[in-house]
Design a protein around this ligand. Sequence first.
Ligand code: SAH
Ligand code: MG
Length: 218
Amino acid sequence: MSAEDRIHAYDRYIDSLFAAEDKALRSALSEMEREGVPAINVSASEGKLLSVLALSIGAKRILEIGTLGGYSAIWLARAMPEDGKLISLELNPHHADVARRNIERAGLAERVEIRVGPAAESLVALRAEGAESFDLVFIDADKDRYVDYLHHSLPLLRKGGLLLADNTLPDSVLTPEGDSGAKRYNTAAVAHPDLVSVIVPVLRTDGIDGLTVSVKRD
Ligand code: SAH
Ligand code: MG
């Protein structure tokens, strides 16, 4: 078996055993395709990883940066109790519309609020309105702004809360001279005195990627 085939086979094994998609998740993906929304959502097994992490800290308030069609939002919102709240920030109004419909169809409309606009501005607005702190922040929007999102969202995260960032193993990490927003994010997370961090490698249909997981210290 080629290395790539092995990655596919591992991915299929994990998905089929741990991350079976139900009707709402499957129809969210087909709706995205129908609406021309790019298929750059997390995989099913990564969605399951997000939900296990949210459950492990009893998350009741989650902040997502980068909604797309609401696929990861469904995994995260389902990991919260009925009175939980997910606020998801999205720049593209078409993506936000598709996501709202998908979330509605999944029966999660009460738990999820999507705010349209540049995430950096929405984060400033959240702080200005004195938003209650979040248990978990999931960064998954434009990679060049990941470090900004770290600095803007950290004051909104409770102590002991989780800061997660997706797509943090780009090729640029493989060479010392390589540079990318995600790589700068990893360096910033490791250097931050309030965070304890590691990358969890995750399987993708096109290879290996990473989720940077950080806990905010007490
Ligand atoms: N979390 C989603 C995938 C998000 S893809 C999932 O796994 O299902 C990245 C999203 O970030 C896209 O929908 C894109 O429109 C959005 N985005 C890009 N730049 C942004 C910005 N400056 N502010 C908010 N959202 C942005
Ligand atoms: Mg992603």
